[in-house]
Design a binder for this molecule. Structure first.
Ligand code: SAH
Length: 217
């Protein structure tokens, strides 16, 4: 192992200085982040930066999100295990892997075919594909075959909350989604309660734009 960086140490440091220090308190989320080798979800030449406090390009104009926002979105979904989840924007597959550790089953949808393959490969290589399925499609329309979902996580900024996602959310279900203009979005938490939809802003963020029918053209 001589000469190889010790990613375990970097990962623990990242959890302490980026996550715990900035308000991630959910023990299951922290444990799940500690258990996933993030360096396996970035291009080889970027491995050294895998635990940096920033997004990293993964090709096709897309990025793997900053570790903090990924953990924050997972914490916001308040998962307890066993849930059926939809993850929109598979990208590297990292966020899907994290949700897979926290829930029962994850369907992750990606619009760029090459990234569908990339996410599948990363999940298979790390053995985190047991309860995670990556499908190709426009996540703005959800994934009717897997619905209804206990929780939905969207990793691309949408002009508005796509109605299909609300339709595919179970009662008491939670949806986290960045909404707003291309540069700066509000991260919204939407909770369905007795058929009614409540929305609140839980942070500010900057994601790549949602494409497709319900995204930015
Ligand atoms: N969650 C990812 C980061 C994704 S970046 C990770 O952990 O690596 C956002 C991703 O959303 C990109 O891969 C982009 O191609 C994808 N995307 C954008 N619009 C989409 C749409 N309408 N349906 C599905 N995926 C979409």
């Amino acid at each position: 192992m001589f000469g190889f960086p010790d990613y375990t140490i970097r990962r623990d440091e990242m959890v302490e200085t980026q996550l715990r220090a900035r308000g991630i308190t959910d023990k299951r989320v922290l444990a799940a982040v500690r258990s996933i080798r993030r360096e396996e979800f970035v291009p080889e030449e970027a491995r050294d930066r895998a635990y940096g406090d920033e997004p990293i390009p993964i090709g096709f104009g897309q990025t793997i999100s900053q570790p903090w926002i990924t953990a924050y979105m997972a914490q916001t979904l308040a998962l307890t295990g066993g849930e059926n989840i939809l993850d929109v924007g598979a990208g590297s597959g990292y966020h899907a892997a994290l949700l897979g550790r926290l829930a029962g089953k994850v369907t992750s949808i990606e619009i760029i075919p090459e990234l569908v393959e990339y996410a599948r490969e990363n999940l298979a290589r790390t053995g985190l594909d047991q309860n995670v399925t990556v499908i190709r499609g426009d996540g703005g329309a959800g994934a009717p075959d897997g619905a209804p979902f206990d929780a939905i996580s969207v990793a691309a900024g949408a002009p508005e909350v796509p109605a299909h996602l609300l339709d595919q959310l179970k009662d008491s279900g939670r949806l986290v989604i960045p909404v707003g203009p291309l540069e700066d979005q509000e991260l919204r938490l939407i909770v369905k309660q007795n058929g009614k939809v409540e929305s609140r802003v839980v942070g500010l963020c900057r994601f790549v734009p949602l494409r497709g029918q319900h995204g930015w053209r």
